[in-house]
Design a protein around this ligand. Structure first.
Ligand code: HEC
Ligand code: HEC
Ligand code: HEC
Ligand code: HEC
Ligand code: HEC
Ligand code: HEC
Length: 447
C-alpha cells in the first residue's frame, strides 16, 4: 500500500546514523538542561523530560497540598491559554512569582482589564504585546490564586512535555499517543527503530568484547615461556590487509551487494515515476479522520465546504476547527497548535496529499454532486484513516477506466434523452457510460 515505505530500505543505514546522532544530541542537551532550568529559560525543545530540579516553593507558601490544589485549578481555568514553560495563547508563566508580586497577580487574575485600564505600565505593555487579547476574569479566592502560583513555581524548568501529561507534543511527526489512541500510523516504525538501535548496540558490544578477549588471551600467551611453535605463530600473526583486499571472495561479495542495491534502486525509481499512490505525509497536527469523520460522524462537507459546489474540495481553515475546539479538548497539546496558528495569524501548514499535475482538469462537484459518486470510491476508507494517504493511483488510466465502466446517471435528465437514444440505436447492448458521452476525449481533461 505504501510504496514510499518500501523504498526506504537503502536509506535505513542513513536513518540509523542520524538516530544515533540525534540520541547523542539529546543526551548532551539533557546534561545542559540543569543549567538551563536554573536560569529559568524554557528547555522546551527536547522531548527528553529533564528531571525537574524542583525549584524552592514560592514565598507565598507552597506545601504539597497547595501545589496539588493549584495544579487542579490551573488545569481547569488557565491551561487553555497558558503553559508554565511555553508560550501558548498567553505568556509562559514560569518565573511569574519573581516577575510580579502576589499583590499584582491577584487583582490581575480577578480582572485584568481593570489593571490595564488603571494604567499599570507593566500590564499595558504586556497587553499590547499580546495583541490586546483580553484575559478573562476569574472569581477565584486569594488563596486559590496563591496556590496556582505555588503550582506554577513547582513546575518551573520542567520540560513542556512533562507539564502537559507526558505527551510528546513537540514533534508533530511522531504519531502522538494521545491524539490517536491505538493508532497504527507511526508507533510500529518507532518500535522497529528502537529494536534496530538495540541490535546495533548489542553487536558493537559483542565485537568490542571479542577484541578485548582476543588481546587478553594473546597477553596470557606472551607471559608464558614454554611456547611451542604453533603458539608463537599465532602471536606473530599479523593481519594481511593487502591480501584481504585482493581476495577474489571479498571482491565478489562487494560487487554483488553493490549491483543488487543499484538494481533495486533503479527498479524502484522507474516504478515510482509520477506515481504517488500510498503517499502518506506526516501532518503538522495529528488530525484524525477516523476520530472526526468515523467515530463522531462529522459530515465531510462540514469541513471540505466546497466539495459539492466547486472544483476543489477545500481544506478547512482553523476557524472551522474552532467551532468545536474552542470548547472541546482545549488542553490537548495538539489542539493548542490550532490556537497558536490563529494567534500568529498563520494558516496551519497541512501537507497536501493529492496533487494532479496542472495539465489535467478535475472537478469535484462534477463527480460528487452531478455523478453522485461517494468520496470513498476515489479516496478509500477515509473515515478509518488516522492519517490520510493517497488511496487511488490518480493516473490518466485510472480516470479513463472509470469513465469507460461507469454508466451515466441519465434518468430524469432531459439533456441526455436524445444522446441516449442515439447511443442505443448504434450500440444497444452496451450501457451509456461516461465515455459514451465523450468522457474519454482528450479535451475533456486537457485544455
Ligand atoms: C483565554 C485565555 C486566557 C486564560 C484562560 C487565562 N489567561 Fe492569563 N493571560 C492571557 C493573555 C492573552 C495574557 C497576556 C496579557 C494580555 O494580553 O492581557 C495573560 C497574562 C497573564 C499573566 C501575566 C503574565 C506575565 O508574564 O506577566 C498572568 C499572571 C496570568 N495571565 C495568569 C493567569 C491565570 C492564573 C489564569 C487561570 C486562572 C489565566 N491567566 C487564564 C490569556 C489567558
Ligand atoms: C473536522 C474536519 C474534517 C472532516 C469532518 C473531514 N475532513 Fe478531510 N481533511 C480535514 C483536514 C484538516 C485535512 C488536512 C489534513 C490531513 O490531510 O489530514 C483533510 C484532508 C483530507 C483529504 C486529503 C487532502 C489532500 O491533501 O489531498 C481527503 C481526501 C479528505 N480529507 C477527505 C475527507 C472525507 C472523504 C471526509 C468524510 C468522510 C472528510 N475528509 C472529513 C478535515 C476534515
Ligand atoms: C464538529 C466538531 C469538531 C470540529 C469542527 C473539529 N473537531 Fe477535532 N475533535 C472533536 C471531538 C468531538 C474530538 C474528540 C474529543 C475527545 O476525545 O474527547 C476531537 C478531537 C480532536 C483531536 C484530538 C485531541 C486529543 O488530544 O485527543 C485533534 C488533534 C483534533 N480534534 C483536531 C481538529 C482539527 C485540526 C480540526 C479542524 C480541521 C478539528 N479538530 C475540528 C470535534 C471537532
Ligand atoms: C472521482 C474521484 C473523486 C471523488 C468521488 C472525490 N474526490 Fe476528492 N479528489 C480527487 C482527486 C483526483 C483529487 C486531486 C485533485 C487535484 O489535485 O486537483 C482530489 C482531492 C481532494 C482533496 C484535496 C483538496 C483538493 O480539492 O484538491 C480533498 C479534501 C478531497 N478530495 C475531498 C473529497 C471529498 C470530501 C469527497 C466526497 C464528498 C471527494 N473528495 C470525492 C478525486 C475524487
Ligand atoms: C469512480 C469513477 C470516476 C473516476 C475515478 C473519475 N471520474 Fe470523471 N466522471 C465520472 C462520472 C460518473 C462522470 C459523469 C458526470 C456527469 O454525469 O456528468 C465523470 C465526468 C467527468 C468529466 C466531465 C465529462 C463530460 O462529459 O463533461 C471530467 C472532465 C472528468 N470526469 C474528469 C476526470 C478526471 C481528470 C479524473 C481523474 C483524475 C476522473 N474524472 C476520474 C466518474 C469518474
Ligand atoms: C478522464 C480524463 C482524461 C482524459 C480523457 C485524457 N487524459 Fe491525459 N491525463 C489525465 C490525467 C489525470 C493526467 C495526469 C496523470 C499523472 O499525473 O500521472 C494525464 C496526463 C496526460 C499526459 C502527460 C503524461 C505524463 O506522464 O505527464 C499526456 C501527454 C496526456 N495525458 C495526453 C492525453 C491524450 C492525448 C488524451 C486523449 C486521447 C488524454 N490525455 C485524455 C486525464 C485525462
Amino acid at each position: 500500500m505504501n510504496s514510499n515505505r518500501l523504498r526506504s530500505l537503502p536509506h535505513l543505514l542513513l536513518a540509523l546514523l542520524l538516530t544515533f546522532a540525534g540520541a547523542q544530541q539529546a543526551s548532551a542537551q539533557d546534561a545542559s538542561a540543569a543549567t538551563v532550568s536554573k536560569a529559568g529559560v524554557t528547555p522546551g525543545a527536547t522531548a527528553a523530560a529533564t528531571p525537574a530540579t524542583a525549584a524552592a516553593p514560592a514565598a507565598g507558601g507552597g506545601d504539597a497540598a497547595a501545589v496539588q490544589a493549584g495544579d487542579a485549578l490551573f488545569k481547569a481555568n488557565c491551561a487553555q491559554c497558558h503553559a508554565v514553560n511555553e508560550q501558548v495563547v498567553g505568556p509562559a508563566l514560569a518565573g511569574i512569582s519573581k516577575r510580579r508580586p502576589i499583590t499584582w497577580i491577584i487583582p490581575w487574575v480577578h480582572n485584568s482589564a481593570k489593571v490595564v485600564a488603571s494604567g499599570d505600565e507593566y500590564a499595558v505593555a504586556l497587553y499590547n504585546k499580546f495583541q490586546k487579547q483580553q484575559m478573562p476574569s476569574f472569581a477565584l479566592s486569594d488563596k486559590e490564586i496563591t496556590s496556582i502560583v505555588a503550582y506554577i513555581t513547582s513546575e518551573e524548568g520542567k520540560s513542556a512535555t512533562a507539564t502537559t501529561g507526558g505527551v510528546t507534543a513537540q514533534n508533530a511527526g511522531s504519531a502522538d499517543g494521545q491524539a490517536s489512541a491505538g493508532t497504527d500510523a507511526g508507533t510500529p516504525s518507532k518500535a522497529v527503530d528502537i529494536l534496530l538501535i538495540a541490535l546495533v548496540v548489542v553487536l558493537i558490544v559483542m565485537v568490542v568484547t571479542l577484541v578485548i578477549i582476543g588481546n587478553l588471551m594473546k597477553d596470557v600467551l606472551r607471559g608464558r615461556k614454554d611456547l611451542d611453535g604453533r603458539d608463537t605463530e599465532i602471536l606473530e600473526q599479523r593481519f594481511d590487509w593487502g591480501k584481504f583486499y585482493r581476495s577474489p571472495v571479498l571482491r565478489g561479495i562487494v560487487g554483488t551487494v553493490v549491483a543488487l542495491v543499484l538494481l533495486y534502486e533503479g527498479v524502484q525509481s522507474v516504478m515510482a515515476v509520477g506515481l504517488t499512490q500510498g503517499y502518506q505525509p506526516t501532518q503538522p497536527i495529528a488530525f484524525s479522520h477516523k476520530l472526526h469523520a468515523g467515530e463522531h460522524q462529522i459530515n465531510c462537507a462540514y469541513c471540505h465546504t466546497s466539495v459539492y459546489k466547486g472544483k476543489s474540495a477545500n481544506i478547512p481553515s482553523a476557524n472551522i476547527c474552532m467551532n468545536c475546539h474552542s470548547q472541546i479538548k482545549t488542553e490537548s497539546p495538539e489542539i493548542k497548535k490550532i490556537y497558536r496558528a490563529i494567534e500568529r495569524k498563520q494558516p496551519v501548514q497541512w501537507v497536501r496529499v493529492h496533487n494532479l499535475p496542472d495539465l489535467a482538469y478535475f472537478n469535484h462537484s462534477q463527480h460528487t454532486q452531478v455523478a453522485g459518486l461517494q468520496c470513498q470510491t476515489c479516496h478509500g476508507p477515509i473515515q478509518n484513516m488516522e492519517v490520510v494517504y493517497q488511496y487511488s493511483a490518480l493516473t490518466m488510466g485510472w480516470c479513463i477506466n472509470c469513465h469507460r465502466e461507469t454508466p451515466l446517471n441519465t434518468k430524469g435528465n432531459a439533456y441526455y434523452d436524445k444522446l441516449v437514444k442515439l447511443h442505443d440505436t448504434k450500440n444497444a447492448s452496451a450501457p451509456f457510460t461516461v465515455s459514451s458521452n465523450g468522457g474519454t476525449e482528450c479535451s475533456k481533461c486537457h485544455y
